[in-house]
Design a binder for this molecule. Structure first.
Ligand code: ZN
Length: 489
């Protein structure tokens, strides 16, 4: 079988992590089997769909690296095709016009609710037999027309004539066999009064036209599936294989939503996560391969299968995502991390060209940052002079007692020909020994002087990266600070 999967978001907001996981599973399944992955934008809801949302979805997909082989297709551009299919269903007697007024349907619904029945359409306009049968008997199939009640709406909706009995069986690739009773399904609307198609129709037409072999989607679509299968059969087609992915829960057991914190993929990018960390996190959210936690993209492609997707919902765990992010910050190619790191510096208003090579800073900082934001915040001093020393660090380390040693260190560093970490390191060690100081007693004031704060990468690397001119200027500033402090004491 030719494997073709799709991701079909509605552009009514951001790319939710749940949607991103569905996209990832669909993408992995296609890649694993050498198939194709299709992006389809379900924008038939013209009121709620926006161009900004389309952009946000495409941006999220591209940041995650989920490339598509075809698309994006837009449902809003396919209305003529949907009309054609609706007409075909009308012609074959699998659909009919419903002229019921809003008032009638509301009264019906209220009555059913009062009787504790499931609200459903009562088949009022449903012809008692299909047009096909009438055609055979050479009788004008004008039942729909004859059913028009006086004063009814003149813009009828089109309803799908769902089989009245029997069952619809789906062999779900994740959940196994699920059977639905046709008696439970009413005749759903497939085209509105203004002729626009509804969701269940467009999905069926698109999945069939786009030759989708596997529909991998959230389990909130399970209840739509028997209706879609019935429409597919009415069109004389074979249903695709369905795989319904369980939902993602927040830490309180409720469906993951905004009130649990960030749920948009772009938001995770902004918060300083690497795409591979989010991908690795998402693949493990409902899928497993033994006890393995870390998966490169290639490994995911090689190992992913729908059979290993959990049937139970999974809970989102930010701590684990942070752990994975740290892992990738530490282990990914520094040049790759540097691209994202530079972007974050830029977003903070810092010119990445005004300081050391980004890759060098990444290598110096990556052991102690959980996110790229943290890394960027900890690295500002490499690119920008600071206004003041961190008050607490300065209070503790820039004391008059160290003034003389720091001044002498500055002289020696100034005399250095080669501004490298080993040379800098040697000077600090030698001077500490000469002055009978513990290394930290000298290194820590030096750190505060040059970085403005109490923590930084190893001091020799820090100085090398800050550069000679800037380091010496900052040492002067620290000596001045100590002087002022001594004279005011
Ligand atoms: Zn009706």
């Amino acid at each position: 079988m030719r494997i073709r999967t799709r991701f079909a978001p509605s552009p009514t907001g951001y790319l939710h992590v749940g949607g991103a996981r569905t996209a990832l599973f669909s993408w992995l399944y296609a890649r694993r089997h050498g198939g194709e992955f299709i992006l389809r934008v379900e924008d038939t809801d013209r009121e709620r769909s926006t161009a900004e949302s389309v952009d946000a979805i495409l941006e999220g997909m591209s940041w995650l690296g989920l490339d598509y082989d075809q698309g994006p297709f837009f449902q809003s551009e396919r209305f003529p095709r949907y009309r054609e299919v609706v007409q075909r269903l009308l012609d074959s007697g699998h659909a009919y016009h419903c002229y019921c007024s809003k008032e009638r349907l509301e009264t019906l619904r209220a009555g059913q609710m009062a009787n504790k029945q499931k609200p459903r359409y009562d088949g009022h306009c449903r012809p008692s037999c299909s047009r096909a049968v009438h055609a055979l008997r050479d009788i004008r199939p004008s039942m729909a027309k004859s059913a028009v009640p006086a004063g009814a709406t003149d813009a009828p909706v089109v309803r799908f004539r769902n089989p009245a009995d029997g069952e619809v069986v789906m062999e779900d690739a994740i959940r196994g066999r699920i059977a639905f009773q046709n008696a439970e399904l009413d005749d759903l609307i497939i085209a509105r009064g203004d002729g626009t198609p509804t969701y269940n129709l467009t999905v069926v037409v698109d999945d069939s036209d786009m030759e989708i072999s596997h529909v991998i989607r959230g389990d909130d679509h399970i209840n739509n599936t028997p209706r879609q299968i019935n429409i597919i059969r009415a069109l004389g087609l074979e249903p695709p294989i369905y795989a319904h992915v369980p939902m993602i829960l927040g830490d309180d057991g409720q469906r993951l939503s905004k009130r649990h914190g960030a749920v948009s993929v772009v938001e995770y990018r902004k918060q300083g996560y690497l795409p591979e960390a989010l991908l690795n996190y998402l693949v493990r959210l409902g899928w497993s391969h033994g006890d393995q936690e870390i998966f490169s993209l290639d490994e995911m492609v090689a190992l992913f299968d729908l059979e290993d997707v959990n049937r139970a919902a999974s809970a989102f765990n930010t701590e684990k995502l942070v752990w994975l992010n740290q892992h990738y910050l530490k282990t990914a190619d520094p040049a790759h991390v540097a691209r994202y790191f530079g972007m974050h510096l830029g977003e903070m208003g810092i010119d990445p060209d005004a300081g050391p090579e980004l890759t060098e800073v990444v290598m110096a900082q990556r052991e102690r940052a959980k996110t790229l934001i943290e890394m960027a915040e900890n690295s500002v001093f490499f690119y920008q002079d600071f206004e003041a020393f961190d008050a607490k660090a300065a209070q503790k380390h820039l004391r008059p007692v160290i003034g003389a040693a720091l001044a002498m260190l500055k002289e020696r560093l100034q005399a250095l020909d080669s501004w490298t970490a080993p040379a800098i390191h040697q000077e600090v060690v030698d001077l500490a020994e000469e002055m009978d100081l513990k290394l930290g007693k000298l290194a820590q004031p030096l750190r505060v002087a040059v970085s403005g704060r109490g923590f930084s990468p190893p001091i020799d690397i820090t100085l090398e990266l800050v550069g000679k001119r800037r380091s010496l200027e900052r040492l002067d500033k620290a000596l001045k600070f100590i002087e002022d402090r001594a004279s005011s004491a």
